[in-house]
Every structure is written in C-alpha cells, then in structure tokens.
Design a protein around this ligand. Structure first.
Ligand SMILES: Cc1cc2nc3c(=O)[nH]c(=O)nc-3n(C[C@H](O)[C@H](O)[C@H](O)COP(=O)(O)OP(=O)(O)OC[C@H]3O[C@@H](n4cnc5c(N)ncnc54)[C@H](O)[C@@H]3O)c2cc1C
Length: 423
C-alpha cells in the first residue's frame, strides 16, 4: 500500500470540489485537501437536476451513490413539459423534454431533483474533517521548484504537488491557467431570477391543472422563459424566470420591479402564464435577478501541475441543466487518471489527458446549452415559436449529454495519458 505522498489541493468546496474530493480521497498515494473561501462549506439556491449521465458518473467513484442521493432527499423528475407562453400559440404543448432518451434507456432512469445544500452535505460526509478547510480564500499561486505555493487571504502559504481549481465561474485558479483575455467569463446574453413559493399558494395562483402530476413545466416565449417545479415533498414550488439581455448590468444584478418585468414580457401579457408568474416572482424581499456568465471558449484546462474543473473550467448557461453533471464527470475522469499517478512528475500528463478528453465534451455542451436558450426564448434564427419546429429542434439536444459511455470515456482518458507518457 503506497503512502499518501502526493499532495493535492482542491480549491473550492462546491459541488465540483466535493465531488472531486470523493473521487480522490480513496486513492492511497494521494494526500488531498479541500480549501473553501466561505466560513463554512455551503450551497446557495434551491434544487438541482441530476440527469442520467451525472448519476452514472457519480456511481463510478461512489458505489453507494444512489443511497447518498436518497439520503440527500433526491426525488425522480418524471418529466419536464415544455409549453409555449407567448404569441399566437400561447398555451400549446411542445414536448416532454428528454422523453425520447428516457424511453430508450433500459430500465428508464429519470433525472433526480435534489436540494443543493442537502446534496453537498452528503457529498462532504465521507471526506475526513482534517481534509476540509473552510475560511481559506486563495489569493494567488506560484509555481516553484518544490511545487505549487498557494497563498491564502490570511497570509498563510502552503505548497502542494498539484492544485485543482474548483472555485467556480470567477475562479482565481483559472487565472493561473489561461491568458488574461480568457480568464474572466463573459455575459451569456441571458439573466434569471427565482422565488420559492409555498405549494398551496403557487397551486392556487397557477392553477390545479399544472399540479395533477409531479412534473416540471417550462414556458418558452418571446425573449423570456418561465419554469415552475414542485420541490421538498410538495411543500414548495420553485418559480424561475429567465430572459435575454443585451447588456449585463453592473454587478450582474437586475432589480426586479413590476414595470421592469412587464416591459420584458410585453407580448406575453395576454398569454396564460406571465401575469401569474410576475405576481409570484415579485412577492419576496428585495427581488433581484442575475446575469448568467459563461466561459464561451477555453483554450486549455491545465498548465503544468495546475488544472481547473467544474464551473472554473466550463461555466455554462443553465438551459440544459448540465453544469453540475459535467463537474461530476470531471471528478470521475480526474479520479481515474490520478489513480494511475505514482510520482508528482507524472501529474502534468494526467492533467493533459484530462484536458484532452473533457474539453471537447464540455465545449459542445456550452454551445448546445446557449443555443437551447435561444430556442426557448424565441431568438434562434431558424426556429420560431412554433410547437412543431421547436420539438424538432430540441429533439437532438439531450441525447449526446445523457448517453455518454462512462467506461469508454475513462478508457479514452487513460489511453490519452499513455500517449502523453510515450511522447
Ligand atoms: C440557475 C441555474 C440552474 C442550474 N441548474 C442545474 C441543473 O439542474 N443541473 C445541473 O447539472 N447543473 C445546473 N446548474 C449548474 C450548476 O449549478 C453548476 O455548474 C455547479 O453548481 C458548479 O459547481 P462548482 O463547484 O464548479 O462551482 P460553485 O458552485 O461556484 O462553487 C465554487 C466554490 O469555490 C469557492 N471559492 C471561490 N473562490 C475561491 C477562492 N479564491 N478560494 C477558495 N474557495 C473559493 C466558492 O465559495 C464556492 O463554494 C445550474 C446553474 C444555474 C445558474
């Protein structure tokens, strides 16, 4: 049994960092530490959807993943129904998103909806306390002859054999991997806001017909999109509005007022959903929406013994609910590669192989997700707000995300590392 002699620092303890921690913690030659800037490890926001590929990837490095998800209170999302919300076809059913992929999988494996904080809690539970370091914000990294020296906001400096940045879309670690031009993300052209509403109130406002079956509803329309779904054992309904924006406001914040929403929703106001959703979204203290940012293109995920994963590497728009799933796939591949690394000198080869197999897949999803948003908001040059056209355009959108062969993906990564070692 090798001693844990290779020291790895994971920066960021969100879903990407915690998933990666699970993938690396049992590799005997690694000494893994996770550093989180917040005073405690925590997740903001409501629910997250984990599609089939995310569940499969998680099972590769946590054999009891389904028990873990069950302990986190995950529930199946049987369907996500898309309707048209504005224009001449307002109220028309488009399709049940991803339904064909679901039916073609055997046995059918629905996506799971899980509360973010509960999922993070369960992901952190198996990681030893001595490996978790909260209140440790990384300010810079310097490559030295003895390794990667990390400076924290409190002045402490620690040296590791490798650093993996899982520190989100505004990653500090990313700064040490890519050029200044590529470092910061860019506005994606979309914004969103949300509110959590007690179930009875949301049901009374939106109408019984949308609550007869547990399913998510999406409403596509001109320049905007609504979503509502039932969470937390049918006690809470999550209401979301997304839309297009020409410019991202300062600090990414849109102040939500009734006139602002009415102006955004002009042609929706005669339809079946906009007025009700405005009432539900505005009914919260200090209502705000946020521009979403993304990494449109990233030339590399690695430099030497530094690598980036999750949103730090490939922040994407939420239109295909795929970001966390990609972070989990990252963790799977990183675990596969680093389990074969027995000397710190070999780490850049593992990171090179990670970059080679993960970047094309994540880039494809980034582009697909943005295009899906354009379709949902009636902004796609070739797809109008017509139920048949939209159904056709969305048909091919989920198959390549859900259908990844995890064993093959891991084998591809190992083969790439073999090639890099032989070069
Ligand atoms: C509206 C919306 C809906 C979404 N829905 C889905 C969905 O249904 N399914 C899905 O798969 N994905 C979804 N996503 C995407 C998903 O939420 C993200 O891809 C995922 O949470 C990213 O996790 P992360 O750990 O990479 O980044 P983050 O969650 O941003 O975590 C980064 C962590 O790093 C810490 N940190 C930052 N800087 C430092 C530093 N300098 N030093 C130390 N620590 C630091 C932060 O405090 C944070 O804890 C959605 C995203 C949005 C915006």
């Amino acid at each position: 049994m090798p001693t844990p002699s290779i020291r790895i620092a994971i920066i960021g303890g969100g879903l990407a960092g915690a998933s990666l921690g699970n993938a690396l913690i049992h590799i005997p030659q690694l000494d893994v530490h996770i550093f989180e800037s917040a005073p405690e490890f925590s997740e903001r926001g409501a629910a997250i959807g984990l599609s089939r590929n995310a569940q499969h990837a998680l099972q590769q490095f946590i054999p009891s993943a389904m028990e873990l998800l069950s302990a986190a209170g995950a529930v199946p999302m049987r369907s996500s129904r898309l309707m048209i919300g504005s224009g001449p076809q307002a109220g028309t059913f488009v399709c049940d998103v991803g339904e064909e992929e679901l039916q073609s999988s055997s046995p059918a494996e629905p996506a799971l909806v899980v509360h973010r904080a509960s999922f993070l809690r369960e992901l952190l539970a198996p990681i030893p306390q001595e490996a978790l370091h909260a209140n440790k914000r990384v300010t810079s990294i310097q490559s030295t002859s003895i390794g990667e020296s990390i400076t924290f906001h409190d002045g402490q400096v620690e040296t590791f054999d490798a650093v993996i940045g899982a520190d989100g879309v505004f990653s500090v670690v990313r700064k040490h991997v890519v050029s200044d031009q590529e470092w910061t993300g860019t506005p994606s052209g979309f914004w969103d806001c949300r509110n959590l509403i007690p179930y009875d109130r949301a049901r009374a406002a939106l109408g019984d017909e949308y609550f007869e079956v547990d399913r998510q509803y999406g409403w596509a329309g001109d320049g905007s999109y609504f979503l509502h779904d039932v969470l937390e054992d049918r006690t809470v309904v999550q209401c979301v509005m997304s839309g297009t924006e020409k410019e991202s406001p300062p600090n990414r914040i849109h102040k939500l007022t009734r006139p602002f929403l009415k102006e955004k929703l002009g042609s929706w106001l005669d339809g079946p959903i906009a007025g009700k959703m405005i009432d539900l979204l505005i009914d919260q203290p200090n209502p705000e929406g946020y521009s979403s940012w993304e990494h449109k293109n990233t030339s590399t995920y690695t430099k030497g013994a530094i690598c980036i994963v999750g949103d730090a590497a490939h922040a994407m728009t939420p239109w295909q609910g795929a970001g966390a799933g990609q972070a989990i796939e990252d963790a799977m591949i990183m675990g596969t590669l680093l389990s074969q690394v027995f000397s710190a000198d070999d780490i850049p080869k593992a990171f090179g192989a990670f970059d080679a197999v993960r970047k094309p897949r994540c880039q494809r999803i980034i582009d697909s997700s943005r295009e899906t948003g354009q379709i949902m908001c009636g902004q796609h040059p070739d797809v109008s707000l017509d139920a048949r056209e939209m159904k056709e355009a969305l048909k091919a959108k989920w198959g390549f995300i859900l259908g990844l062969d995890m064993a093959q993906h891991q084998e591809d990564a190992l083969e790439m590392m073999r090639q890099l070692r032989n070069n």
